[in-house]
Design a protein around this ligand. Sequence first.
Ligand code: FES
Length: 169
Amino acid sequence: MLQTTANRQLDILQRLDNLVQRYGKHSSTLIPMLQEIQNAYRYLPEDLLTHVATALDLSPATVYGVATFYAQFSLEPKGKYVIQVCDGTACHVRGSMPVYEAICKKVRLVDGKATTEDGMFTVETVSCVGACAAAPVVTINGEVYGKVTPDAIHVILDTLESRGDTADA
Ligand code: FES
């Protein structure tokens, strides 16, 4: 059953309060709280950043500064599937950009946006993910696909779509 927005908000606030109780009102509790929010929402909503600042007696600027420093956090909503195309040197010379372009075309990304209109896919380029032997490398929600070609990416994405997943599932 889908969780309502209100229940989801209450749930995350409870989990954030639990983190403060467990680890204390210290600045070192900030990262676990941001991770909890990122995992729940796939990004960091502004109202929750304010809640975190209040809960830890930190300035909003401090919380925002940490949130923007680490690549694992996003201030923008991301798609259900986050596709990262490695564009490190090994992947680049083995054709990561044609793969990236094939993905953007396949998921119908428009106007230079990173996330599709239906909220299903976010497509990003990243630096070396440490699997150079399998270049070019793509990760989808952290799952690594190696030696990816533009044709292979069609099969991979068709498989995801054939599961009948929806953006709000
Ligand atoms: S350059 Fe892509 S995994 Fe290293």
